[in-house]
Design a protein around this ligand. Structure first.
Ligand code: GSH
Length: 229
């Protein structure tokens, strides 16, 4: 049985991607959650991941680190990880890679906090540009391949890679097109995503660094974690 090492569900956006992908595609795995503990987790994570980060996949052939590499390794046994149609697959790969290597402003201005909603005080220039680019990607995928997912009728790795973005768009009320907002709301209603979010809000951990970063450009509206009530 594959093992997927992940961080806290409330904060770990990189862990979410392969977890939701496997859950949504019914690829069996055992979850191993190793919570963040302070600012430097390198040594503890190094015990299972060569790069000292999560997520990390372990199977009978060894370990694979980095969410994108995990996706590709899963695709070897499960071709449905990527769209069957060649043009859709090209688009899905490019969009997922752009997400993986870009959107730095979105990541730093709006850290993923599953349990909390915010109201933006300002939209930094870099973020504004990235939201415009997000609208372009979502529109191109949905229009070209007919929806409801980004590369056609099936949920694939490109959708999984944008789930943490969808959470940020909705939880921070970010200004995007109606089409993008509808797509993000649809992502948040997927059973695999609901399962992740439900578990996230039950977690007892409070990550001061992420929580402080979230309040740089936004006011907290609500945090539904039992620990903050
Ligand atoms: N590019 C990597 C990023 C992995 C990453 O940065 N993971 C974060 C958690 S979401 C981490 O492990 N950080 C280590 C730490 O916080 O100490 C991937 O796609 O897997």
């Amino acid at each position: 049985m594959r093992k997927l090492f992940i961080g806290n569900k409330n904060y770990s956006s990189w862990s979410l991607r392969p977890w939701v992908l496997m859950r949504a595609l019914c690829i069996p795995f055992e979850e191993v959650l190793v919570p963040f503990d302070g600012v430097d987790n390198y040594q503890r994570f190094k015990a299972f991941a060569p790069n000292g980060r999560v997520p990390c996949l372990e199977d009978d052939q060894g370990v694979v680190w980095d969410s994108m590499a995990i996706t590709e390794v899963l695709a070897e046994d499960h071709p449905e990880v990527w769209p069957i149609d060649r043009a859709a697959r090209r688009f899905a790969r490019a969009a997922a890679a752009e997400m993986h290597s870009g959107f730095q402003s979105l990541r730093s201005a709006c850290p993923m906090i599953c349990s909390a909603t915010f109201s933006m005080l300002a939209i930094p220039d870099g973020l504004s540009r990235e939201l415009t680019r997000l609208d372009e990607i979502f529109s191109e995928g949905i229009v070209q391949f007919g929806g409801p997912y980004l590369a056609g009728r099936e949920f694939t790795a490109v959708d999984a890679s944008f789930v943490p973005v969808a959470i940020r768009v909705i939880h921070y009320g970010l200004p995007v097109s109606k089409q993008s907002r509808d797509y993000c709301n649809q992502s948040l209603k997927m059973p695999a995503v609901v399962e992740w979010l439900d578990a996230a809000i039950q977690e007892p951990w409070f990550d001061l660094e992420e929580e402080t970063a979230a309040r740089r450009f936004a006011n907290l509206l609500e945090d539904v974690r039992p620990l903050t009530r």
